[in-house]
Design a protein around this ligand. Sequence first.
Ligand SMILES: Cc1ncc(COP(=O)(O)O)c(C=O)c1O
Length: 324
Amino acid sequence: MGTGPAGRIYDEFSQLIGNTPLLELHRYRKNRDLPGRLVAKIEYFNPAGSVKDRIAWAIIKDAEETGRLKPGDTIVDVTSGNTGIALAAIAASRGYRAKFYASDNISPDKIRILDLFGVEVVPVRNEFFLDPEALEKITNRIREENPDAYFTDQLANPVNPQAHFDNTGPEIWRDTNGEVDFLVAGVGTGGTISGAGKFLKSKKPDVKVVVAEPAEGSLPTEENPYPDEIDGVHKVSEIDPQLLPGNYDGSVVDEIIALETADARRTVRALASEEGVFVGTSSGATLWAATQIASRPENAGKTIVVVLPDTGERYLTLPSDHRG
Ligand SMILES: Cc1ncc(COP(=O)(O)O)c(C=O)c1O
C-alpha cells in the first residue's frame, strides 16, 4: 500500500507516491441523469503528476534491491511521456541519469518537462509503430544501443502490473469499503488494468473490468500517420495477442469500449467545467467509457471506479483544436 502524502514530514520523493483520492462525480452524474455512480481515482495527485509514478518507483526499487541499478547508472525505456517523466523525477531524486525513446507525436509539454529533468529524448517516427513487430523491434534497438543502461521495460516488466496489484487495487478496495462494481481504465502497457483489475477480482469476482480504447478514426494509418490521438492509450481489441504489450492480461477484461479522440476531449471539458477536475485526454476517454456503463438502467446504484491517469496541464501546448 502506498504511504501517501499526509500528516508528517517525508524523507524522500518516493514516499509521496500513491494513496491518490477518490472523488464521486455528483454534479456530472446529476447533469446526465445517470443511474450508476461514478467515482474518479485522480492520479495527478502523484508527485510527478501521473499514474506512472507508481510503476516507475516499483521498477527502480526492484532494480536497486536486486543489484541491477547503482548510483550514476542510466535508465532507458520507450514511453509516451508519463513513464519517462515519472522515471526522470525518481532518477533525479536518487542520482541516476535517464534516456527515453518516444514517439514524435507526443505532447510538446511532456517533451519540455523531460528536457527540464535533463533527460535525453530519442524521437521515434509515429509510423514506426504501425509495424506489427514494432514493440519487439524497439525493445531490441534499445538494448543494442544502450548495453550498459538499465532498461526498465515497462511494456513487459512484471513489476509494473504488480505495483497496481499491490497499491492501486488495494487503495480502491479500501477507499470504497469494497463497494466497487466496475473498474474502467485505458491500456498503454496494460499495467493498470491487469494489476488493479486482477486484485479487485480476487476480492470480489463479479467486479467487471472495462477498457476504453481508441476507435478507428483516432488511430494512425499509412495515409495518416499523425491523426489526433488519445495520448498514452492503445487499441487492444482485434489485435494478435502476440503483438499486445506483455503486461496486458486480456483475461481480466470483461468489456472493451471504443471511442474517438473528439469524444474524449469533450469529456475532458465537461469534467473541468462541471466538477473542477482538469485531466488529460486518456482520462477523458476512460470517463466517456465509464459514462456509457453508468447510463445503463441495469447499473442503477452500481459503483463505477474510473482511473484518470494524468492532468490536462500536460497537454496545453497542443494546437487549440486538439486540447481538451
Ligand atoms: C496518459 C496515459 N494514460 C493511460 C495510460 C495507460 O496506463 P497503463 O500503462 O497502466 O496501461 C498511460 C500509459 O502509458 C498514459 O501515459
